[in-house]
Write a protein that binds this ligand. Sequence first.
Ligand SMILES: NC(=O)c1ccc[n+]([C@@H]2O[C@H](COP(=O)([O-])OP(=O)(O)OC[C@H]3O[C@@H](n4cnc5c(N)ncnc54)[C@H](OP(=O)(O)O)[C@@H]3O)[C@@H](O)[C@H]2O)c1
Length: 274
Amino acid sequence: MSLDGKHALITGSSRGIGRGIALKLAASGVKVAIHYFQNEAAAKDTLGQVRKRGSDGLVIQADVRRPEQIIAMFGKVQAEFGKLDIFVSNARTDLPTFYQKPLEITPEQWDMAMDSQAKAFLLGAREAASLMSDEGRVIAITYSPGGRTGSWQPWVAMGSAKAALDSLVRYFAVALAPRRITVNGISPGGVFGPPNVVEGGVLRALPQDIQDATRAWHEGGWTPMRRLGTPEDIGNAVTLLCMEEAGFITGQIIHVDGGASIMDTVFPLEIQLG
Ligand SMILES: NC(=O)c1ccc[n+]([C@@H]2O[C@H](COP(=O)([O-])OP(=O)(O)OC[C@H]3O[C@@H](n4cnc5c(N)ncnc54)[C@H](OP(=O)(O)O)[C@@H]3O)[C@@H](O)[C@H]2O)c1
């Protein structure tokens, strides 16, 4: 599938899922602005891999919690690319900055999650729309179960922030529909990339026994396709949404999780799988 001549900005594409999205779009001919926060070397490595796929791009630094840095990031995209066709809001602050239970979380940890997700998307989608021609694509990488359930206690801030993000997707879909710009969310399930923290996504930062238990859980059937997702799976889904043929899909949260989100937690797995 070719998206030749398109230009994309992907926040948090120095590593993990964002890198997977950047490489898939690059393979389809998209020029990519690779955004990072602290890890410049990883962002440059992503750019090198983009070039190996026959495309090109640039590297941009910004803290997406800071409105003035978001505006400066889009200014640099405009200066280098002159236009924007695809904006993917993917960056998420690192686990230790927000990971705390409801009775213990500090206002700073709460703000860290809300600002890096909801506020960053609010401002980013607005800036993106001002650079986009009609028929652009805005995509938020979310985690919808975190906003619907209450079980993963230290996820309270990020779950709430992702719920706000999902809501913003719908509001922006309506706001930008007259220009035929689509706005959608992609909700991955558990995603493991290669066995290193840079490419593997946040789950690779967890202790090995937790990684092993998580993998066994999904391979045991709680993901009907019996495997965890990869950054490439999410990159493929983003690429599909960027196709011309996806132009009437808007305001949706699409689960890209091998079916994990359609399992029923009320009944034991053996009963469900028969
Ligand atoms: N991994 C999963 O299983 C999973 C599941 C569902 C949804 N998701 C969602 O997918 C997205 C990517 O997750 P991931 O696990 O691939 O992430 P990751 O590997 O932890 O990478 C996080 C990215 O965000 C950037 N970042 C961190 N703090 C930032 C800040 N303050 N301002 C700007 N950028 C910042 C990082 O830049 P540096 O490299 O410069 O630090 C990095 O590029 C997130 O929105 C996450 O919620 C992930």
